[in-house]
Write a protein that binds this ligand. Structure first.
Ligand code: HEC
Length: 257
């Protein structure tokens, strides 16, 4: 440790900061703390319910990003009460099209004929069941959960990266004034949230491609929550509890040189 003459910013550390600065830091940390809890709650209520069960699981992440491409009303009926209406090959062909998101390009050229051959004698005659001479009505029963869209992911990714890195920047900056924290631990705690943020956002894109990456999203989220909670608690503790012993801790930044 370097010798710190009294005049050399010996108050520059979390316990000894002047009150106005503590008020600023604490105000920011409190709002961010509430904000992070709200974010957690929101994740539980939106993504958490994606598989119909409360609580966040790997399946929720798969449903939210990858989707559930095998499940449409069309597919389940073709394996259920409509199973006898067309031969296996035709039913598989229709299901394959639904899994791809029932693209309209293939309707006129191919699927319109398939439905005409097997389905429309009822599904255009019997009132109250969908009319399969119309693409829109087929599209409705063929709807699957295609997961996140590229444009949706791009939007959420950049908002997330810009917005959250600001939060981590300020939490890290405040924490950098902590005392009694080994320099390496400080560096790790400050870098972790950024690294996990990248992992988190990257994992959404990877999960869109393959459901196997869903666990990365969970690791990313847990990683940066833990790292920022740690910095949050240490900072608050040092500003308001450790400071009560009246000790002068010296220039925290200089100690980390
Ligand atoms: C013999 C008449 C008949 C034929 C042929 C038929 N369906 Fe149906 N379909 C029905 C009836 C009746 C219902 C409503 C009862 C039910 O859901 O099982 C129905 C319901 C459905 C539903 C659910 C619609 C909804 O919104 O609830 C789907 C999807 C469906 N059929 C698909 C098909 C497909 C695809 C074919 C062709 C491979 C087909 N059906 C052939 C009579 C038929």
């Amino acid at each position: 440790m370097k010798s710190t003459p009294p005049a050399n910013l010996t108050w520059l550390n979390l316990p000894n900061l002047p009150w106005p600065l503590k008020a600023l830091f604490a105000g920011y940390l409190l709002v961010i703390g509430v904000g992070l809890c709200m974010a957690g709650l929101q994740i539980m209520l939106t993504h958490g319910m994606a598989d119909g069960k409360l609580g966040l699981s790997k399946n929720d992440i798969v449903y939210s990003y990858y989707g559930d491409k095998n499940n449409s009303k069309l597919a389940s009926k073709l394996n259920g009460s409509m199973i006898d209406k067309a031969p296996l090959a035709a039913r598989q062909d229709i299901i394959k099209w639904a899994v791809e998101g029932a693209p309209e390009e293939k309707w006129e050229s191919h699927y319109k004929g398939v439905f005409a051959q097997h389905c429309i004698m009822c599904h255009s005659q019997i009132p109250g069941i969908p009319d399969f001479t119309k693409f829109e009505e087929v599209k409705k029963v063929a709807a699957t959960n295609q997961g996140a869209t590229i444009s949706g992911l791009t939007r959420v990714s950049h908002i997330h990266l810009f917005g959250i890195s600001f939060i981590f920047f300020f939490i890290g900056l405040i924490f950098s004034f902590a005392v009694n924290v080994p320099k390496t631990l400080k560096i790790v705690a400050i870098v972790f949230p950024f690294a996990f943020l990248i992992i988190d956002v990257l994992s959404w894109w990877l999960t869109k491609l393959s459901p196997n990456f869903a666990w990365l999203t969970i690791i990313g989220g847990i990683g940066y929550s833990l790292a920022s909670t740690y910095m949050w608690c240490v900072s608050m503790y040092q500003m308001f509890i450790l400071s009560r012993n009246g000790k002068v801790y010296g220039n925290a930044w200089e100690q980390d040189l």
